[in-house]
Every structure is written in C-alpha cells, then in structure tokens.
Write a protein that binds this ligand. Sequence first.
Ligand SMILES: Cc1cc2nc3c(=O)[nH]c(=O)nc-3n(C[C@H](O)[C@H](O)[C@H](O)COP(=O)(O)OP(=O)(O)OC[C@H]3O[C@@H](n4cnc5c(N)ncnc54)[C@H](O)[C@@H]3O)c2cc1C
Length: 447
Amino acid sequence: MKFDNIIIGGGVAGLTCAIRCAQAGLKTAVVAAGQSALHFSSGSIDVLSRLPNGTAIQYPFSEFDRLTAQSPQHPYSKLGLDVTRQAIDWYQQTMANIGIELHHQADDCNHLRITPMGTFKATWLSQSTVHPFPMFEPAQALQKIALVTIDGFRDFQPQLAADNLRLLPHFANVEITTAAVALPDVELMQRNPCEYRSIDISRVLADDNKRQRFALAMKNTIGEADLVVLPAVFGNGTGTKIIKKIEQLTGYTLCEIPTMPPSLLGIRLEDAMKSYYKSLGGLILAGDEVTHGEFENNQLQRIFTRHHGDMPLVANHYLLASGSFFSRGLHAERHHIEEAILGLDIAPLASTNHQHWYQSQFFSNQPHQFLGMGVETNQQLQPSLNGNTITNLYCAGAILAHYNPVFEGSGSGVAISSGFHAAQSMIALQNNHQSSVIFPSLAEGNI
Ligand SMILES: Cc1cc2nc3c(=O)[nH]c(=O)nc-3n(C[C@H](O)[C@H](O)[C@H](O)COP(=O)(O)OP(=O)(O)OC[C@H]3O[C@@H](n4cnc5c(N)ncnc54)[C@H](O)[C@@H]3O)c2cc1C
C-alpha cells in the first residue's frame, strides 16, 4: 500500500499532522496501536506554564527567548515562536470549525483550571464548558461555588476538593458547598452503590426525559450558586450540547472538571479530530501496530505492521508520533532507553543510573528526568539512525527529547506544534516533488 504520508501514532501529535496533510489533499494514513494520552488528559491544551529551570510564567508566548536561552534543544526552540503560535492558532480554529470551542484569555495570559483535588493548574486553551479562573484573581466575581457529584459516581469526591479549595487565600470569602445529585431511574440500573463511570452516566443524560429530571434534581439539591462544578460525565461527541441544555434547564453556569480515566474531556477532542480527519478522506488503521521499518540511503523505505504481516506500507514521508513510555513509543531498560519501533538515536542521558531518572515523590516540585528523555532530532525535527539523519522522517509529540511536558506544562502545545510543523514540511516537499515532475526545468531553477 502506497501513501504520500504515513503517521505512526494516533494521539494529538499524530492527528494534528494527519489533519493538516489531509486538508492539503495528501493521501495520508495513520497507524494507531491503542489509546492515546488524550484518554487520560484534562482536554485543556497546555502551552507553557514553567520554564525548564522551574520559573513559573504566565504569558507563554512572551517567554520564548528565555526558554531558548535555557534550553536551545527544546522543541519550541527548534520550531520558534512564529511556527508554534501559528500551529496553536490553527488548532484552535480547526477545532472550532468542527464544533469544539477552545478559549484562551484575551490578554494571552494562561488561565487556571480546577482539578478534581480542588487545586488549580495553569493552561492555555480550555473547552467552553471549563470555567477559566483568572491567573491573578481566580475567585473574581464568585461568591458561591457548588462542587457537585452524581450519586454512585466513584471518580470525584467533592468534599475533598472543597477542603482543598477552602485552604486557598483567594477563596477565603467564597462560600463553597458540596452536593450529590441522584440520577433518574438509578434503582433500575445500580448493582452496587458506587459503580458508575463517566461514560455510563453520559448515556443516561443523553435521554431528554432523564436529563430534565436530572436538572430538576440539581435545582432541588444544590440551591443557589454562581458556579456549579461537576465531573465531566456529559458525553464525548455531544457533551457540550448536553451541558448547554442543562444550563438552560437549571439557569446554572456549569464547569466541567476532568475525571479519572476515561476522561471524556480528552476523548471529546480525540473523537472530533478523528471524525474530521476521516471526513477529509484520511485512513486510520486503528488497533494495528507498526513492528519495524526498513531504511535505505538514509530514508525510511517501508514499514511493517502486525496486521499486514510481510505486506509493507510505503510512503514518501513518515511521521513518528508514538508517544513516550506511557504509550510505549519509548522503552526503558535498566541503564538505557530505546525508541521502540525503529531503533532511532536517543538523546544522551544525564545519568545511566535509573535511580536518577525519577523523584521519590510522584508529586514533586522537581522534574522527573524520564519525562524529558526521548529521540534526538535536528532543527527540522528529523531523527537520526546511527548518526545519519533520516531525511524523509519527522518526529512529533511526547517521543521528542529535551522537554518535560508535565513539569513545564507544555504537553499538548509541543505535540500540536511539532505535528503541525511536520505536516507543513511534508506538504512543502510534496508540492516541490509534484512541480518537479510536472515542470522539471522550473523546479530545478533552469529558466
Ligand atoms: C496521564 C497524562 C495526562 C496528561 N494531561 C495533559 C493535559 O491535561 N493537558 C496537556 O496539554 N497535556 C497533558 N498531557 C501531556 C500530553 O497529553 C501529551 O504530551 C500528548 O498528548 C502527547 O501526545 P502524542 O500524540 O505525542 O502521544 P500519545 O498521546 O501518547 O499517543 C501516541 C500514540 O501512538 C500509538 N503507538 C505507540 N506505539 C505504536 C506502534 N508501534 N504502532 C502504532 N501506534 C503506536 C499509541 O497507541 C498512541 O495512540 C498528559 C499526559 C499524560 C500521560
């Protein structure tokens, strides 16, 4: 099977590249072995909230010079401010066109999103159903917040979140209440008192009649509130519409809070991206897995997958966006790490002692070193094999070395901008290739 481009990995990096290539009319295939990190994510797009040296920052796009000075090999340093901003703006616009509104602050400052623990995390873009708490005055204009769960839902504990929220000085004068609202007809479906997952509840609330009864129960249980914070249990594809309907029925302003996996806020992004990509004619080989590839003349010639056996997939250009250890794009041995599919060169490790690769505390104010490990690339995000640059292969997202998505709060921002950059490079090369076939003298400059 021959394509213009093949993308290995169906996370936000791979799908960004795939959509951009398909928009440009390139014959594109995505091979996606399993779930991406979006199934575990908040569904907000982090661009940058800390510099590599740990300095907290508020205006990500004003900090590229400092970032580059501290970390010249960082993916943002390689891409530059203009490409990164263009990519994030393109993503925001593309998602809006397909029904997912993502917002940032008018002054280009990060905002805060509330976590299930009742703490705050800085981010750049949040979905329209996630309340953007301002960075400097998070409680601004709020007098009463209700933290609400659904009876039988196991993944959100409003009392715990409320206790943490009450500790924050900004919320000292805000009344914080908690409540649990019953789902309609719960006695018909409940086998034990805490068995629901977000996806189960979303199915119940998709029903008009049950949603109306749920809205009435909310009014009766919660009372007055400026903001009602609920776990994200409102569906993936139709979730935003369902929330708007409940807001109309109750008069409340709702704020979704990400849950334990499956995270419907993240899945909502993935589903929308995949549907749009397919509507552009793109192919997804879902559940298939790239096992290895063959190289000639410093180019990746063909790849092989578990489902297609010895029948190779061939393309002019490839993107490797197979994620980090979490998605099995990287593999750790005791004293070294490997890129799991093609055996690409890895950025030198600061230490080969694996005990230096992580902090003893999971929630630490120091970076876990393993999250910054990955594939070494040149300025164009092209990797190398045994020191030789592979000229028709790009890397994007969590497989890249030299950045720490969790510590810096830069995960989706790097994934989107590196996936976008790879697509733009592939499109430009494909166009050059086509014009050299049709107008060879023009392409060679012989006029
Ligand atoms: C738990 C968690 C929560 C996060 N929350 C946030 C957040 O709220 N906001 C934010 O901005 N960032 C967040 N991040 C960071 C951010 O989500 C990731 O950096 C980003 O999603 C990485 O995207 P990716 O496409 O590079 O990789 P991934 O999303 O990991 O996708 C990799 C894909 O490659 C596939 N794959 C792997 N090997 C193969 C193979 N051999 N053949 C075919 N396919 C293969 C995988 O199955 C998967 O589909 C979070 C990360 C994690 C781990």
